[in-house]
Design a protein around this ligand. Structure first.
Ligand code: FES
Length: 352
């Protein structure tokens, strides 16, 4: 197969057929800003921030949606490119109320970062009035349309990453909006609250409701862990402030979930702080529960199993492994029943 080469900022580089200009640039660690582009999804070319100059082309070209071609001569950071990106940033800032003062995304906002790095400190256009009120009614996600730049990453996350197909583009022109169903609220639509739309939102249009005013990126420590809910073992980032979880996101570059989470993994962590949690084992005596040590509780359970098996045989006992257990714990439990108790009466509860 012929070797394919192109010129990238004056340097000849090789690439593979099918790669876009953005992919080729990234593979050589050449930075091109991208807002609407979502890794692994169909490029939509919606925001135009990733434009580059290609020699011989009449206009600037969106690098995220243009396949690289043999012999192309590409400049990713010319004056013309920078001027166009500045204009795009100004137009995006004018498209809504991008007030960073109390925005949850401040410090971690792709538009804010771009405005800073391109030195956009004033916009020449009037700020468009916002026709759509902020949606606050569901317990998990705030949808602030005044901060939405209509990049469509949330739509792609819903349609192509999670394949829930709950949201899409609606209306046209100045009233354009990301809609759920026929413009319903999230809680009235097919949304399953996986929160993937929040995770990929590059600005503060979609934020976790429970995290509101609890801490922004600079205040939070990241702790990696495994989801406690089922045996899949999804990898989580806990965003922690002063020892308390503020929000949860999926680890993008880790198996098995590659950034995806379900509603439980992303939003179901409040139980950790419940006053009703049992902190010690409880033993029921004469119908009343009393606190016990782990040694006492485990000794009691082991003795009960031993007595029952001695009296009635191994098949008189059975185990159901909790669906919230990790695969490794479930494996250990079936080993206990099969190898120690000598029974195959072991199952797994599918419900959580
Ligand atoms: Fe390429 Fe938006 S990132 S058009």
């Amino acid at each position: 197969m012929d070797k394919k080469t192109l010129t990238l900022n004056g340097k000849t580089v090789e690439f593979q057929a099918g790669q876009t200009i953005l992919e080729v640039a990234r593979s050589y660690e050449v930075f091109i800003p991208a807002l609407c582009y979502l890794d692994g999804c169909t490029a939509t070319g919606a925001c135009r921030i990733c434009v580059v100059e290609v020699k011989g082309a009449r206009s600037l070209i969106a690098s995220c949606s243009t396949p690289a071609e043999n012999g192309m001569d590409i400049c990713t950071d010319s004056d013309r490119v920078r001027k166009s990106r500045r204009l795009t940033i100004e137009l995006l800032l004018a498209s809504g109320e991008h007030n960073c003062i109390t925005c949850e995304k401040s410090g971690d906002c792709m538009l804010q970062n771009l405005a800073y790095s391109y030195g956009v400190d004033a916009i020449r256009f009037p700020v468009a009035p916002q026709p759509h009120p902020t949606e606050m009614m569901n317990p998990f996600i705030i949808r602030d349309f005044s901060r939405c730049i209509l990049c469509g990453r949330c739509v792609q996350a819903c349609q192509e990453v999670q394949v829930n197909r709950a949201i899409s583009y609606g209306y046209r022109g100045p009233t354009a909006k990301i809609i759920a169903g026929c413009d319903k609220t999230y809680d009235e639509s097919d949304c399953v609250f996986c929160g993937q739309c929040v995770q990929v939102c590059p600005v503060g249009a979609l934020v976790e409701k429970k995290a509101r005013f609890k801490g922004r990126a600079k205040d939070l420590d990241l702790v990696r862990t495994t989801c406690p809910y089922c045996g899949v073992g999804c990898q989580l980032w806990l965003h922690v402030k002063d020892g308390t979880i503020v929000k949860v996101t999926g680890v993008e570059d880790a198996q098995p979930n590659k950034g995806r989470l379900c509603v439980k993994g992303r939003f179901g962590y409040d139980f950790i702080y419940s006053e009703e949690r049992n902190k010690t084992p409880l033993i029921r005596e004469d119908g009343v529960l009393r606190e016990a040590s782990w040694d006492e509780a485990l000794g009691l359970v082991a003795n009960k199993f031993r007595e029952t098996i001695e009296k009635h045989g191994p098949d008189s006992v059975a185990g159901v492994s909790c669906a919230r257990s990790l695969n490794e714990d479930s494996y250990q439990m079936q080993k206990l029943f099969r190898a120690v108790f000598k029974t195959n009466n072991i199952d797994h509860c599918a419900r959580t």
